[in-house]
Structures are given as C-alpha cells and as structure tokens.
Ligand binder design. Structure first.
Ligand SMILES: *Cc1c(COP(=O)(O)O)cnc(C)c1O
Length: 368
C-alpha cells in the first residue's frame, strides 16, 4: 500500500518558480540580465545594513533570539505600540500561513480577491479550508462584494494594499467600509507589503484602527522597500490576543540572526527608504509618460511595479524581452493574461527596458 497524503493537499496548485538570472544568461547567451519579475527593491538595502550583516557573521554559530526582542522593540517604538501586538515571520508569507493555520479549518474559508497574491489561497487550502474568490473590478479589489461574500464559514478576509499584481490601492473609505461591515468574528487581514511606497497623502493609516477593531491584522515586510527579500523577515501587528495565538504556532527560531540584525539597522536608518520612495516615484512617472506617449495601456501603481497591457501576443513579448535580458512576470501566471508585471528599477535599467519593450510591442502589432 502506498503512502497516503492528507486528502485536501492534492488541490494545492504547484508554485511555478520564476526563472533565475543564471538560467537566462546561459540559455540566451547574455552578459547582462535584469530580473524585473519579483518586485524587489533593485536599489538594494542601505549600505549600513550590509555592513552590519557582515560584522554579525561571527554570531551565526548561535541560535537566534527566538523572541526577536530587538526588532520588536524598534518596531514598537516606530509605531508606538506594545511588543505584545507584534509577531515576526520568515517573510510575511509565513505569517499568512500561520494565520490560516491558526484560524481556518475544514469547512471554513478565507475571502480573497481574484487574482491576488497567491499565498492566501495556498495557505487556506493547506489548512484544510478553502478560498472564496471575488473578481477584481477594473483592476481594483471589489471591497463591497468581498464583504458580501463573507458567509458563516468565513474566518478571514484578505485585503492587499497596494494590491499585487495590479499595483492598485484601497482608499480610506473602502477600508473603512470593510472594517465596519465585517463581523468581529472574521479576521480582516490587510497585507501592506508595499505600503512604504504609497505617498503620505494617499496612505490608509490602518494601525489607527487596531484599538477599535480587535479582528484587524496588518502585515508588513522587510522584503520589499528595505531590500532584504533574501533574508526572509516580515511582521504582523494585531491585538495581543491574536498575536499570542500566532506565537504559539510559530516555530521558535523562524527568524535568523542576520535578518534580525539587518532589520534593526534598517529601522535605525529610515532616511534611506525615504530616498528610495522618491526615486521610484520619479521612475514610475518616466514609465507612465513613455507608455502614454506610445498609447500603451497600464494601471497606475501605488507600489514599485507596473502592470502593463501587452495585447494578445503576450507570450511572444515576454519571450522577446527574455532574449534581450529582461525577465518580467507574464500576466497569465498571475491571472491577468495579456499583461506583464514589471519591477521599476534604476533609471538606466528602466530606460533600456522601455526602449526594448516599445520596439517589441510595435513589432507585435499592438493596438492594430
Ligand atoms: C512580496 C509580498 C509579500 C511578502 O513577502 P515576504 O518576502 O514573504 O515578506 C506579501 N504580500 C504581497 C502582496 C507581496 O507582494
């Protein structure tokens, strides 16, 4: 008799990994390859953070602090909250997983947008539950319909602000609609992986609602604007009653010591990320201007990536970009066929990319 796996695991879709720079270099015989597929901060982390990582290497013979005390202390100061309301994860991915493991069981579900960040559904399925998927409306999360889709089996409603893969936002009114109209028995999880990129006057200050709404969870990460995706560290903020459940199921040493050091140093030097925000904002405007001039469709982005229309020859466009050394995310892998998602990087890269892309798109018969 063969080994039997848990029945519900068979439904989990397989993750299709993006292609690596090395693979593309070899396959297409290229010297320079630009990975614009995973929304990383291509400017990289603050040099002071890199220095701190290097000088901490000697400590790796020890287990890390299982409670991440220094990082939580800094986060507590930054936001004016108690460290009891913070949980750390091996990337936000892991916190999403812990939330589903902690609150969803068989016959229960999470309400999510469709498409959205893939980890929500995967985690809900892994916990033995399911996902109720609510289609986007004009590339934005349809919050009214999401709230309406909550049923007696719903334990979590996931919002993503800014949204991935579209880059669109949720307004303050929309967020308030959700939090006010969702039962206190349903966790409202707002994934703010890209929130630092949002301009001050367009931000929704979700943390302000934590006192009033004990069912609110806010997720943030060091992977995106802080440029530490490879170290895997993110955090969740919520009422201490929710956080203590998550800490119970969290593995003790889920955040490695280098990630902890890096995060602390990053939080001590936040002027660095302010500069990145400004640079990305400028570069997004470069994209918009050139795309508009060439009558190419795109979605205005609140993050550091842009969803761009490619028309029906998307596969060909992606392939031609690869040949020239640009790795982008094909929309069909993200539930948005006919589009690509492109990370906005440094000016030199963006200019090279846009030149290549416009030529390829013209040759593809876009807009004809
Ligand atoms: C990148 C991303 C995350 C966070 O990823 P981690 O590296 O696991 O912190 C979470 N949500 C969304 C929508 C993202 O795009």
């Amino acid at each position: 008799m063969g080994i039997r796996i848990k029945e519900w695991l068979s439904q989990i879709p397989e993750y299709i990994p993006g292609r690596t720079i090395e693979e593309i270099k070899k396959e297409y015989n290229l010297k320079n390859v630009y990975k614009l597929a995973s929304n990383e901060n291509l400017y990289g982390p603050d040099p002071r953070v890199l220095k701190e990582i290097c000088s901490s290497l000697g400590d790796i013979k020890f287990y890390p602090d299982s409670a991440c005390r220094q990082v939580k202390q800094k986060l507590g100061e930054k936001y004016g909250i108690s460290t009891d309301s913070i949980v750390m994860g091996n990337g936000t991915d892991q916190i999403i997983e812990m939330i589903c493991d902690g609150f969803i069981g068989p016959e229960e579900n999470a309400v999510i947008a469709d498409p959205t960040f893939l980890i929500y559904e995967k985690s809900a399925l892994k916990s033995g539950g399911s996902a109720i998927k609510v289609p986007l409306k004009e590339f934005r999360q349809d919050v009214k319909r999401m709230v309406k889709s909550v049923n007696e089996g719903t334990r979590i409603l996931f919002l993503t602000n800014p949204h991935n893969p579209t880059g669109s936002n949720i307004s303050r009114e929309e967020f308030e609609y959700v939090i006010k109209n969702t039962s206190g028995g349903v966790l409202v999880v707002v994934d703010e992986a890209y929130s630092e990129y949002v301009l001050e006057n367009e931000k929704v200050d979700t943390l302000r609602y934590l006192n009033r709404y004990k069912n609110l969870v806010v997720l943030r990460t060091f992977s995106k604007i802080y440029g530490l995706a490879g170290l895997r560290i993110g955090y969740g903020i919520s009422d201490s009653s929710i956080i203590s459940v998550l800490n119970k199921i969290r593995l003790p040493f889920n955040i490695n010591s280098l990630a902890q050091k890096a995060a602390v140093t990053a939080l001590e030097n936040e002027s660095y990320i302010k500069k990145v925000v400004e640079k990305i904002y400028k570069e997004k405007n470069r994209f918009y201007k050139i795309l508009l001039r060439n009558k190419i469709g795109f979605i205005k982005s609140y993050a550091n990536f842009i969803l761009i229309d490619t028309g029906k020859n998307c596969d060909m466009v992606v392939e031609e970009l690869l040949k020239r050394g640009f790795i982008v995310r094909p929309g069909k892998n993200l539930g948005l066929p006919g589009h690509i998602r492109v990370t906005v990087g440094q000016p030199e890269i963006n200019i090279k990319f846009l030149n290549a892309f416009i030529k390829i798109l013209d040759a593809s018969g876009y807009g004809e």
